[in-house]
Design a protein around this ligand. Structure first.
Ligand code: ZN
Length: 147
């Protein structure tokens, strides 16, 4: 199996069986996200305590890339500080738009999305969960849209 095939397998696996799904009863932050280009929707819930993301869950429906990205984003964000997650999003954004920083060890499993850079229309699927997380921190009351 090539590295590329392995990455596709991991995306399909997380897309079919996303981790950290469900809702939190009393989230400190929550936000809805929508990618109208593809029809991906997520609802994100998290509990932040003293700047650390203690719990994070999502509910959603959409394509395999959007669901896999939300699944891996929640895994990556849990236990991290808000500022760590913000810099991770910057790295991830460069990864999926320019294919850069794929070898950055801070990305860990997130580097499986490097191939998305070849498909610009998929970038919004891959970044939806991250945009929603950012909006949740900023406490924007409106639904975030990738458009
Ligand atoms: Zn999508």
């Amino acid at each position: 199996m090539s590295l590329r095939e392995l990455y596709q397998e991991m995306i399909l696996d997380h897309g079919k069986q996303p981790r950290n799904t469900g809702c939190l009863p009393h989230p400190s932050h929550s936000h809805a996200g929508h990618n109208p280009l593809c029809g991906d929707k997520i609802m994100l819930y998290l509990n932040e305590d003293e700047g650390i993301i203690k719990e994070i869950k999502f509910e959603g429906c959409g394509c395999a890339i959007s669901m896999a990205s939300a699944s891996l984003m929640t895994e990556a964000a849990k236990g991290k500080s808000v500022s760590e997650v913000e810099s991770l999003f910057n790295l991830f954004h460069r990864l999926v738009t320019e294919g850069e920083s794929a070898d950055d060890e801070r990305l860990g499993k997130l580097s499986i999305f490097a191939g998305v850079a070849e498909f610009p229309i998929r970038v919004k699927c891959a970044t939806l969960a991250w945009h929603t997380l950012k909006a949740a921190f900023e406490n924007k009351s409106d639904q975030v849209s990738t458009e």
